[in-house]
Design a protein around this ligand. Structure first.
Ligand code: SAM
Ligand code: SF4
Length: 326
């Protein structure tokens, strides 16, 4: 379907939990996180029901996210049920990778088309500093396992922080030299704990990569439906992408909505606007009325985010990124 700004909305980011086995410093606090009560988290049959209604409105691609989607018990069963929906063409997964390797083949068999790994460093000590855990080896192994299992799309998402891991841009990009995957640098967004870190401008990252690898070719073939701009460096098997949500707004091409783990349809990453779907679903609202609710909400999708300026009197997003799903 199209929203009131004539954008085609065909992509749903589906958060299946707000829990996580890591505590990335820019995503959530180490302690004192207010978890969504278990009873408020959508059950699998509720998720599948809602995704079917989304598909009736033209959603064709779904990305499972969180929190960490792989800590949700039964995630493979949910994935298989979503893959079996007739009008959902593509299912993707975004994960920190720690639990991925032993489940890789089952995700592939279930029909998952691609996996995005979030990995911000190749140094175990820096991994400990960023994630407050010691699980670098498992996270790194997940990427190799995804390549071995033959997923059509494997991407590595990196968020750089000044003085923490910004010196690793070339080392991280080189993952795409050595293997057929896409490495994407994502600018830090001022959401939740991310407000405490200045973004490293993508121009700075790009300059460091040109110094290390030479001038790239622009790469315009589609490598997904997202906002990344890709380049290809000489001798690279894969590509390098840049996502600068803050300094280069790409809202005019936004194609997505988000469903949080507690069933809130969120229309824009950085705007609390949306509608609760859990209450009407649990109250027994019929499919026609639920679909009308979805349609009305999506039509109201905001024109653009307000990272750099917020209209007077308008509240910003109070959720942390683990509760949104990225
Ligand atoms: N746990 C999974 C993972 O890390 O891939 C999925 C959820 S996580 C919230 C999704 C993505 O959001 C990750 O790639 C993470 O790096 C990114 N993220 C979290 N906080 C961010 C922030 N403030 N700015 C930019 N990206 C952020
Ligand atoms: Fe967990 Fe992902 Fe947030 Fe890191 S970015 S704390 S892995 S939800």
């Amino acid at each position: 379907m199209t929203d009131s700004h004539n954008r085609t909305i065909d992509y749903l980011r589906l958060s299946v939990t707000d829990r996580c086995n890591l505590r990335c410093i820019y995503c959530m606090p180490e302690k004192g996180v207010q978890w969504v009560p278990h009873g408020d988290i959508l059950r699998f049959e509720e998720i599948v029901h809602l995704v079917r209604l989304f598909s009736d409105l033209g959603i064709r691609r779904v990305r499972l996210t969180g929190g960490e989607p792989l800590v949700r018990e039964g995630i493979l069963d949910l994935t298989a049920a979503l893959c079996a929906l007739p009008d959902i063409n593509e299912i993707y997964l975004t994960t920190n990778g720690v639990r991925f390797a032993p489940m890789a083949n089952q995700f592939r068999q279930a029909g998952v088309q691609g996996v995005n790994f979030s990995l911000d460093t190749l140094r175990p000590d820096t991994f400990r500093r960023i994630t407050r855990t010691d699980q670098f080896a498992a996270a790194r192994a997940g990427i190799d396992k995804a390549l071995e299992a033959g997923f059509p799309s494997v991407k590595v998402n990196c968020v750089l922080m000044r003085g923490v891991n910004d010196g690793e841009a070339a080392a991280l990009a080189a993952l795409a030299k050595d293997a057929p995957l896409e490495v994407r640098f994502i600018e830090m967004m001022p959401i939740g704990c991310g407000k405490g870190y200045a973004p490293v401008p993508m121009e700075t990252v790009y300059a460091a990569l040109v110094k290390a690898f030479g001038e790239p070719h622009a790469f315009t073939a589609p490598l997904g439906s997202g906002p990344a701009v890709y380049v290809s460096f000489p001798a690279f098997q894969g590509h390098v992408g840049f996502i600068s949500a803050v300094t280069h707004e790409f809202c005019t091409r936004c194609n997505r909505v988000r469903l949080t783990a507690e069933g809130y349809l969120k229309l824009c990453l950085h705007d609390p606007a949306g509608v609760d779907l859990r209450a009407p679903l649990r109250a027994g609202m019929d499919d026609a009325a639920l679909t009308a609710l979805l349609r009305r909400a999506i039509e109201q999708k905001p024109a653009h985010h307000h990272f750099t300026s917020r209209p007077a009197g308008k509240a910003g997003e109070a959720r942390t990124m683990n509760a949104i799903g990225g």
